[in-house]
Design a protein around this ligand. Structure first.
Ligand SMILES: Nc1nc2c(c(=O)[nH]1)N[C@H]1C(S)=C(S)[C@@H](COP(=O)(O)O)O[C@H]1N2
Ligand SMILES: [Mo]
Length: 334
């Protein structure tokens, strides 16, 4: 006899005791004839295996459809998915690397609007569905280098920011692009308490020069590892600028404004000597408190056994982006 067991009826303890083959039977019985995506079953298994912390609701992330342009399928070893989605910076949810994965489930992302406004001929307002489907999504494997001197290699899914900006038709006054994260203190404990949120000013804001924003490498990510973005990674849409330090990659964006002058940015406001507007990855320009010459690569080994590797100018993307900074003093414009 088939019995459909709701996940809410299964306590983590009872599941933890279940044998994997029984689980397979359960899945087979309960979902016969249904397309169970690999992500759904993988999600179930990681929950069933007791990996997740109590109090964190199971989230099932939809598989995305996307192309895989050859140019962005690098041969680099990927950072495993559990680290990409479990070791995060998202101060709205706390300062520890495990806080975002634990706390970001409180963010509501179903009813979302992304506004593109300012110096454009056609201001845009996109809803959650349009954010995910209006532009052709691609998988792009990018290096990611946090200013804290650790790095990952991440398979993002998303569309070029360029496509979005051009559809809004920037006018001749547009020189910069300003970005804003959602402001929702009831859903983001770090916005409510200066202690939890590290004393940053919220909403988190970021910015790019227009030519950086229009560069083909600059991505609006709506997914990672083939599925929609987990909230801790900045759902429903976040910025990825692979040649810049990770803090430029602003998460959970609600507003994009094209401007005439350079917009303020969160980390620069917080510590202007330590975090510049440009934030281009540069092994020769140290952070005032630590060297940027090398980085701890977070790969398949345990977090305590990461390998040190040299940091590359523009994070390895110099061939694509050095042109943008020709003649600029990269120490002054750090
Ligand atoms: N809104 C917001 N965006 C943010 C941050 C943040 O605290 N709040 N942290 C930044 C930093 S420091 C990094 S390294 C990246 C981390 O992205 P990831 O957790 O998806 O790897 O997000 C960036 N975007
Ligand atoms: Mo970072």
């Amino acid at each position: 006899m088939k019995k459909i067991i709701r996940s809410s009826e299964i306590t983590p303890e009872s599941v933890f005791m279940m044998k994997r083959r029984n689980l397979l039977k359960l899945l087979g019985a309960g979902t016969a004839g249904l397309m169970v995506s690999p992500s759904v079953s993988a999600g179930l298994f990681s929950w069933f295996s007791g990996d997740d912390k109590p109090g964190v609701p199971e989230t099932i992330l939809k598989d995305l459809s996307y192309t895989k342009p050859e140019k962005y399928q690098s041969g680099l070893a990927l950072t495993p998915e559990d680290k990409v989605t479990g070791y995060n910076n998202f101060y709205e949810f706390g300062l520890n690397k495990s806080d975002p994965a634990e706390n970001a489930h409180t963010l509501k992302t179903d009813e979302w609007t992304l506004t593109v406004e300012g110096e454009v001929n056609r201001p845009l307002v996109l809803n959650a569905d349009e954010i995910r489907h209006k532009f052709q999504a691609e998988e792009r494997i990018y290096r990611m280098r946090c200013v804290e001197a650790w790095s990952m290699v991440i398979p993002w899914v998303g569309f070029p920011l360029r496509d979005l900006l051009l559809s809004a038709e920037p006018n001749s006054k547009a020189k910069y692009v300003a970005f804003e994260t959602v402001y929702a203190p009831e859903q983001m404990p770090g916005q409510k308490s200066r202690f939890t949120g590290g004393g940053l000013q919220y909403p988190y804001i970021e910015g790019l020069r227009l030519d950086e924003a229009l560069h083909p490498l600059t991505l609006m990510a709506t997914g990672v590892y083939g599925k929609e973005l987990p909230k801790q990674n900045g759902a429903p849409v976040r910025l990825v600028v692979p040649w810049k330090y990770g803090f430029k990659g602003i998460k959970s964006i609600v507003k994009i404004r094209l401007t005439e002058s350079e917009p303020p940015t969160t980390w620069n406001l917080s510590a202007p000597r330590e975090y510049g507007f440009y934030a281009n990855v540069n092994p020769q320009v140290d952070h005032p408190r630590w060297s940027q010459a090398t980085e701890r690569f977070i790969g398949s080994g345990g977090l305590g056994r990461t390998t040190r590797q040299p940091t590359l100018l523009f994070n390895g993307y110099a061939e694509d982006v050095a042109e943008l900074y020709k003649g600029m003093d990269l120490r002054r414009y750090f």
